[in-house]
Design a binder for this molecule. Structure first.
Ligand SMILES: Cc1ncc(COP(=O)(O)O)c(C=O)c1O
Length: 459
């Protein structure tokens, strides 16, 4: 292995969690009992768990030490002040409202910043984000560049907003009918694709000229910053901290799931510069989350998050993080397995359309592929295609996303390169007899965010 291309883990392992591997026959039974939904498989039956990078992080010894310094006072916990100070220092926002996780922040922002019938443009949708926008009367509009919907197109900064699409929307609908622009860094469902500083700047200039606010979905901000350092001209000599500061200078606020680049297991927050909006957020957080000084998190959780945010910006950490994901992607590409290119920051996405050309999108190819991968190897992944996309809010028709993918999501600081080899071997083996993958149909479909709890059977 080339250690310059794929640097070794910049940490030592101090505690381990044993995993077990059950037989293929047992996995077949478990998959069936779970209604062929990988979300419903008990974690103890999983060998390598790549369901998500959300809340599955390994915390550092410093974060665990911080947990012991939790101040569990109902109000005014010192850990809140530490978190507030850290966020202000790293991201530069004036106000922070803690929440139990990212969707708590999305709920607050959507409730206070969207009026019924207003448009909420964004660079591709995210499931919970769009849900809260629509639930508050907003109309989501996808303004990501067209290439982001093409799995095979290998171009940098594939998460960028198409500024012409945004300009057209403002001209057609009027700036007053746009609630705010939601800019995700990186774009999860596009394959973890980053956004360039140049694009953030252009979006911000256009929005400021039209008095429209820009809120970042900051969930994977550190991964995005690494890509900028690696690939955007003029940023090679800047530190991750400098890049992060510049990124957020183009936003009026952000929602954040601490469970990703905060390197914790639970937590999130909402930030903004606007004083009036902050007052409204504080009024609402007490209803849904808790006091503005804890918002659904314990003192120890806030302490771990404050420390984790700083750790995620250390160069050795974030370089290893992104390059370990790339290692898995490179192995699959070398074997001819179709994946979303370029490989993004948190996951390798299998392109289920090209993996299973014998299945129509209505036969849920990505859902079927994720299940067969589990049965074959004990590797758990997640569908990110037609099932996750859900139904159109007004017509009730299925959204039919161009990207029909299976996400192999790498938890932070949890697995080694050897685990990546095992995953690659399992996917390559499955690809060799891909014609055997059978389509699925819904037997239970919940009304909201159906992918979490839906059940399926073979067609
Ligand atoms: C891009 C993005 N935004 C928002 C969220 C929601 O965060 P949470 O799961 O903490 O509610 C996620 C979680 O997966 C995400 O990936």
């Amino acid at each position: 292995m080339d250690y310059n291309k794929y640097p070794a883990e910049p940490f030592r392992i101090k505690m381990v969690e044993p995993v077990s591997m059950v037989s293929k026959e047992v996995r077949e039974r478990i998959a069936k009992e779970a209604g062929y939904n990988t979300f419903l498989i008990p974690s103890e039956d999983v060998y390598i768990d790549l369901l998500t990078d959300s809340g599955t992080n390994a915390m550092s010894d410093r974060q665990w030490a911080g947990m012991m310094l939790g101040d569990e006072a109902y109000a005014g916990s010192r850990n809140f002040f530490h978190l507030e100070q850290t966020v202000q220092e790293l991201m530069g926002f004036k106000h922070i409202v803690p929440t139990h996780q990212g969707r708590g922040a999305e709920n607050l922002l959507s409730s206070i910043a969207i009026e019924k019938g207003q448009y909420v443009p964004g660079n591709m949708y995210f499931t919970t984000t769009r849900f809260h926008q629509e639930n508050n009367g907003g109309i989501f509009v996808d303004i990501i560049n067209d290439d982001a919907h093409d799995a095979a197109k290998d171009i940098p900064f594939k998460g960028n907003i198409d500024v012409d699409k945004l300009r057209k929307l403002i001209d057609e609908k009027g700036a007053e009918n746009i609630a705010y622009v939601c800019l995700a860094v990186t774009v999860n469902l596009a394959g973890g694709q980053p956004v360039s500083i140049a694009n953030m700047k252009e979006v911000s200039e256009l929005c400021r000229a039209n008095d429209i606010k820009v809120f970042f979905d900051a969930t994977r901000f550190a991964e995005n910053a690494y890509f900028i350092k690696e690939q955007e001209e003029g940023y090679q000599d800047k530190t991750i901290a400098e890049i992060v500061k510049e990124m957020f200078s183009y936003a009026d606020g952000c929602t954040m799931s601490g469970k990703k680049d905060g390197i914790v297991n639970i937590g999130g927050f909402l930030c903004m510069n606007d004083d009036e909006l902050f007052e409204k957020a504080k009024e609402l957080v007490v209803v849904y989350e808790g006091m503005p000084s804890y918002g659904g998190m314990s003192g120890r959780d806030m302490e771990a998050l404050a420390i984790g945010l700083k750790e995620s910006m250390q160069f050795e950490y974030i370089q290893h993080r992104v390059l370990q994901v790339r290692y898995l992607g490179d192995k699959l590409k070398e074997a001819g397995v179709p994946i979303v290119e370029p490989v993004g920051g948190h996951a390798v996405f299998l392109d289920a359309r090209r993996f299973c050309p014998h299945l129509d999108q209505s036969e849920l190819p990505a859902q079927a592929l994720a299940n067969d991968l589990f049965i074959e190897s004990g590797v758990r992944s997640m569908e990110r295609g037609i099932v996750s996309a859900g139904r159109e809010a007004v017509t009730g028709e299925n959204h039919r996303p161009k990207l029909e993918t299976v996400r192999l999501t790498i938890p932070r600081r949890v697995y080694t390169y050897k685990h990546m080899d095992v995953v690659a071997d399992a996917v390559i083996k499955l690809y060799k007899h891909k014609e055997d993958i059978k389509g699925l149909k819904f037997v239970y479909e919940p009304a909201q965010l159906r992918f979490f709890t839906a059940r399926f059977e073979h067609i």
